[in-house]
Ligand binder design. Structure first.
Ligand code: SF4
Length: 367
């Protein structure tokens, strides 16, 4: 807390170059964007476009597709043309697919330099083709596929090794006058990852794509990503994020969006401020919070809704919210902007909160 009790804001955003991934700006003063990656076979154009549509509907702003084979490369023109959001082609091993992706109209190309054979010979050609097409490149360094030379030098994928790999690959592009670059240095350990990004942020002005790689199943991956992204974003580091989960990619987008909302980097949608319940609770808080969350899911107005289990702390918390309930003696006191507007039987709490939410939306001119 600051001297006057006001919360201390996040550190100023690191000054990074702005690049354009199709229509989405990344870096500079652009809002931090959320991206994900499809899990379909890229060559299966219909399934891939279907998944991209689902991702777009969940708030994904940039989507990446893997291009491991010629069939996948052949599918890129149709996917790039029909996708509602910019498509990044993810290329390992084969520089020829980089050219295919650029020709296909992809918004950007991600290369993993440690993985592309004879890549160094091809950098000039790639820089020229990407530069002519206005297609940025993401240098995507990954702990699991670090350059052998650096593995030998550092013994393992340390933060220094990840950063050296990324900057080395950038320098190869820079030699050809190409600086339309963003960088990621991913590791599965948030501590290593945070340190790598801090070093990278201090060493260059390229926009940074944050990611904890192989973060794990949904619960563990969510925690690791929230902790690592939270630490970096609070320091002003990070221009676009991808949460990696062993779960459907729509879940990645939801988690990424929620991380940005938690830090106030994106307007909060529905926020349920519910108490953890305790021995004083006079209502089943868990069920009530779940029912209110389900009832207001997809609600078009950002609302902070308090769900409190008793009238001891409940009213105080509920007053801070747009809308809230404090329960006691089989009843719920319904608060709107700090005022008790009515008291209803417990069985009517959820429907009353939803009615009041709709009324607030109407007052704001939103149907
Ligand atoms: Fe316990 Fe009441 Fe606080 Fe909920 S609001 S945690 S029931 S004291």
């Amino acid at each position: 807390q600051g001297e006057q009790g006001a919360p201390r804001p996040l550190a100023p955003r690191r000054a990074s170059r702005k690049i354009m991934v199709g229509s989405v700006p990344v870096g500079g003063d652009a809002p931090v964007s959320v991206q994900s990656m499809t899990t379909t076979l890229t060559a299966d154009v219909n399934s891939t476009l279907q998944q991209i549509a689902e991702l777009t509907a969940s708030g994904c702003q940039i989507v990446r597709v893997a291009v491991p084979s010629q069939d996948d490369a052949d599918a890129l023109p149709a996917i790039a043309r029909k996708s509602p959001i910019p498509v990044i082609a993810d290329i390992h091993f084969q520089p020829k697919y980089v050219f295919a992706a650029i020709d296909a109209g992809c918004a950007a190309v991600r290369v993993n330099p440690g993985n592309i054979k004879r890549f160094d010979d091809k950098v000039g050609e790639i820089a020229r083709a990407a530069g002519d097409a206005g297609v940025p490149i993401r240098i995507g360094v990954n702990a699991g596929s670090l350059d052998k030379r650096l593995l030998e030098k550092y013994g393992k994928a340390t933060p220094e090794a990840l950063v050296e790999s990324a900057l080395w690959e950038c320098s190869l592009f820079e030699e050809h006058g190409f600086r339309d670059i963003k960088i990621s240095v991913k590791h599965n350990d948030p501590v290593v990852m945070i340190e790598a990004y801090r070093r990278l942020a201090a060493a260059c002005d390229y926009p940074l794509h944050l990611g904890v790689t192989e973060a794990g199943p949904a619960f563990q991956g969510t925690i690791k990503s929230a902790v690592a992204f939270g630490a970096l974003l609070a320091e002003g580091i990070g221009d676009t994020i991808r949460v990696s989960l062993s779960a459907p990619p729509v879940e990645e987008v939801k988690v990424g969006t929620a991380i940005l909302e938690s830090l106030g980097l994106r307007q909060r949608g529905l926020e349920i401020v519910s108490c953890p319940s305790c021995g004083r609770a006079q209502v089943d808080v868990y069920t009530l919070a779940e029912e209110v969350t389900a009832g207001l899911k997809d609600f078009p107005v950002p609302l902070r809704v308090a769900v409190m289990g008793c009238v001891v702390n409940g009213p105080g918390e509920a007053r801070e919210a747009d809308l809230g309930v404090a329960s006691g003696n089989g009843k719920g006191q319904i608060f709107v902007k700090g005022e008790v507007v009515k008291t209803v039987p417990e069985s009517q709490i959820v429907e009353t909160l939803i009615e009041e939410a709709v009324r607030i939306a109407e007052e704001m001119g939103i149907e």
